[in-house]
Design a protein around this ligand. Sequence first.
Ligand SMILES: [Zn+2]
Length: 63
Amino acid sequence: MKKCLYCQQRNAEQRDTCERCAMPLPASEAVTQARRLSRFQWFCLGLTLFCIAMFFWLPRSFY
Ligand SMILES: [Zn+2]
């Protein structure tokens, strides 16, 4: 089931546009979840690389 973002109408999974208001429907939930997970993995990778860069860039002692 795909829910329309504009009128909350529930549409069949195969539909690309809303049954009631003909607005384009968002991608199915599974695709959205996969995209979100992929973005999160890239964020973690970027954060790790940033930490490694900081580890070598910052001085080892503060005395
Ligand atoms: Zn709609």
